[in-house]
Design a protein around this ligand. Structure first.
Ligand code: SP5
Ligand code: ZN
Length: 351
């Protein structure tokens, strides 16, 4: 299995996120990826490759799943933040006002000139700091996802996009949940565009993949499945319920498997079987796995009870789908264990 990575990820290093009225240290830190690299060094799974995708090609792939005004916003965001006030250069950008887009008739069709308001237009939480290196890091990560998809299109059984920031919470025109560009959606769309008629996304992160679900919600050619903490109590709260089944031509092509906080491996594993059955019934010819390791019992912000050895079994079960598979790197905040858990899952798949 080839592993695509890019050292530019480290340029995205948030200081603090808003949590319950105070600023707390960021959970999504560069060291997460370093621990995966370290685990891969002692247990190599395949060549580690730096990505080199031409800018125009990468931008075209991003624009297949994200709206152009949103990509333009991300590209200029840091400069616009500093232009508001030179003192802003010393702190990360975070929104603090929102239009409640689906309620009360707030206008979202007029882009405010005020940049703080623009942050609220394009973000859904105050936990996702944006800084000088965010755009470069996120683009490099999307490049890893695209390269992994291209490798699989070229005949590889699997490929791993080892990048950060993560992606599955990023929607067509919004960021949040530590995510800016939806790497898994970019890979899935690239697999479609490269000739796969039906692609499945099976999201195993603790948190519902709201961005990916939204991107493909009306699409009959991409099945989105997510196993996650019940949004009644767990982030991202406002999407991920079992009755969200897809819309229009995509009706029936979204499956949410919410589980209560505290769920252990036996129950989680049964949900994975349900997810894999849906993937098989759909007739997918390729699979994308947004791989979050925040289902781990030791995760500081999540509530499932998986243990390190369980990830070998998760990988084995995913391999049972018998599909060419792209893995993206999503959550997992027990930093010292995230490398072992990620490599366990991938090794279980590759065996
Ligand atoms: C990709 C991914 O896993 N995103 C998850 C985003 C979760 N953001 C909100 C979590 C807030 C938890 N803060 C806990 C602070 C405890 N001191
Ligand atoms: Zn997560």
């Amino acid at each position: 299995m080839k592993i695509f990575h890019n050292p530019l990820h480290a340029q995205h290093a948030g200081r603090q996120e808003m949590f319950r009225g105070r600023m707390v240290p960021c959970h999504e830190v560069p060291a997460r990826l370093d621990f995966v690299l370290a685990a891969l060094q002692s247990r190599p799974l395949g060549p580690l490759l730096a990505t080199a995708i031409p800018d125009a090609e990468l931008h075209a792939a991003m624009a297949r799943v994200h709206r152009a005004p949103y990509l333009d916003f991300l590209a200029r965001a840091w400069d616009a933040w500093v232009a508001m006030d030179q003192a802003n250069a010393e702190r990360d950008a975070l929104p603090s006002v929102w239009p409640l887009p689906s309620r009360h008739g707030f206008r979202t069709d007029v882009v405010p000139r005020n940049f703080a308001a623009q942050l609220g237009l394009y973000a859904f939480d105050a936990g996702t700091p944006l800084m000088a290196g965010t755009w470069a890091a996120a683009r490099a990560g999307a490049g890893c996802a695209l390269a992994a998809a291209q490798d699989v299109l070229g005949g590889a059984r699997s490929a791993f996009a080892l990048s950060r920031p993560p992606g599955h919470h990023a929607g067509p025109d919004y960021f949040g949940g530590y995510c800016f560009l939806n790497n898994a959606a970019i890979a899935a769309q690239a697999l479609r565009d490269g000739g796969h008629p039906r692609v499945a996304v099976l999201d195993v992160d603790y948190h519902h993949g709201n961005g990916t679900q939204t991107i493909f919600y009306a699409r009959p050619d991409v099945l989105t499945v997510s196993i996650h903490g019940d949004p009644a109590t767990e982030y991202p709260f406002f999407l991920g319920h079992a009755d969200e089944r897809g819309a229009e031509a995509g009706a029936g092509c979204n499956l949410n498997l919410p589980l209560p906080r505290g769920t252990g491996f036996a129950t989680w594993r049964a949900a994975l079987d349900q997810a894999l059955n849906a993937v098989a019934r759909f007739g997918a010819t390729a699979l994308v796995v947004p791989m979050g390791l925040d289902t781990f019992a030791g995760d500081p912000i999540s509530g499932f009870q998986l243990h390190s050895a369980d990830y070998l079994a998760v990988g084995q079960a995913l391999a049972g789908a018998g599909l060419p598979t792209v893995f993206t790197f999503e959550g997992g905040y027990a930093v010292a264990e995230v490398g072992t858990n990620a490599v366990n899952l991938l090794e279980g798949f590759a065996q």
